[in-house]
Design a protein around this ligand. Structure first.
Ligand code: HEM
Length: 305
């Protein structure tokens, strides 16, 4: 019941005029938003100022900028993730300061470079399964939605490599639900319909239902079939933090929110990057050939390690 009320109230946030996500939607209305952003970046030497009536948004595009904001001058900056709380809860990605550091510490070891040796077999097996599926599609000529394909791949990788769990949900269905929130174009159309007094295609009940389904996924993952009974997994680190009596902040809700975060931040990002990379490679076969040759030179017939 508590969850539902959170979902209901947060669905009001969809399309709110003061949301930065909403304000940035004109940039996405372009035929080729990436090209527009790159041209702006060139024009403004990598620091793109966007002046609004009462606010100034600055987009940064150079690695040195990221280093300044995230490393050398990190104390001068705070996070802005307000509109995405329904998706991420109060996980690391939406919190800041001392609490963020405290919540982060017990999970950090899962991202040490040494851990990737453990992860590789699961990443590789997910890739091989997916490639076999794609070979079948190529044979049959069937049309597929590539972002959904890369998304299921990423979700399988997160579940198996980081949580040691079989993926217990249908990612096509689950991610479609959450898209209501993360697709800012939805926010814009909801807002415009509200302004015109029209009924929105996305009702509050639908958003609440989507958020309820999303909220139930972490427990489903925890209870799913265990793949290999590994001891040192991200999921175990999170559950150990919950069991630590000296760490009251890391309660069950924190566990759920951290899992939501990984299931979204670790999948949407990689799925979109991969789908775009594959598309661009298909348009630039000479680059694809160079990558193929380099991979062959480095790994031969072995898997990457
Ligand atoms: C192309 C892939 C990815 C991109 C572009 C990306 C981008 C980002 C960015 C920009 C942030 C910083 C947000 C902020 O604090 O302002 C972030 C944070 C985060 N990402 Fe990613 N990410 C990617 C892949 C992943 C993957 C694979 C995972 C997990 C399996 C992941 C988990 C996280 C987490 C947990 C945070 C919050 C970290 C913290 O606050 O301490 N991301 N990501």
């Amino acid at each position: 019941m508590a969850d539902m009320s959170v979902a209901y109230s947060s669905s009001h946030g969809l399309g709110e005029e003061q949301s930065i996500w909403f304000k940035l939607t004109p940039l996405l209305n372009q035929e080729n938003p990436m090209q527009v952003l790159m041209a702006l970046s060139e024009k403004y030497s990598g620091v793109i100022p966007i002046n609004l009536k009462t606010q100034r948004i600055i987009l940064l595009s150079e690695p040195a900028h990221a280093e300044r904001v995230l490393v050398t001058n990190a104390d001068n900056y705070t996070k802005y993730f307000d509109g995405l709380r329904p998706v991420f809860g109060r996980s690391m990605i939406t919190i800041d300061g001392a609490l963020w550091q405290k919540i982060r510490r017990p999970q950090q070891a899962a991202f040490h470079p040494n851990m990737f040796e453990d992860y590789f077999p699961y990443l590789m097996s997910a890739i091989k399964t997916k490639m076999a599926r794609w070979a079948e599609y190529a044979e049959s000529g069937e049309t597929v939605e590539m972002v959904e394909e890369t998304w299921t791949l990423a979700a399988e990788m997160v579940c198996k490599a980081l949580f040691d769990r079989e993926m217990p949900f249908n990612p096509h269905f689950v991610f479609k639900q959450v898209k209501t929130y993360t697709d800012v174009m939805n926010h814009k159309s909801v807002r415009l319909k509200n302004v015109r007094g029209e009924l929105s295609e996305i009702t509050e009940e639908e958003t609440a239902k989507a958020m309820e389904i999303w909220g139930s996924i972490p427990e489903t993952v925890i209870g799913a079939d265990i793949v290999d009974h590994r001891e040192k997994t991200l999921l175990n680190m999170i559950l150990e933090a919950e069991a630590d009596p000296d760490f009251p902040e890391f309660d069950r809700q924190q566990v759920i929110d951290e899992l939501k975060q990984y299931l979204w931040a670790g999948t949407e990002t990689t799925a979109l990057t991969l789908a775009w990379s594959l598309y661009l490679l298909s348009q630039n076969p000479e680059v694809m050939e160079r990558i193929r040759a380099e991979a062959h030179e480095v790994c031969g017939d072995d898997d990457p390690r």
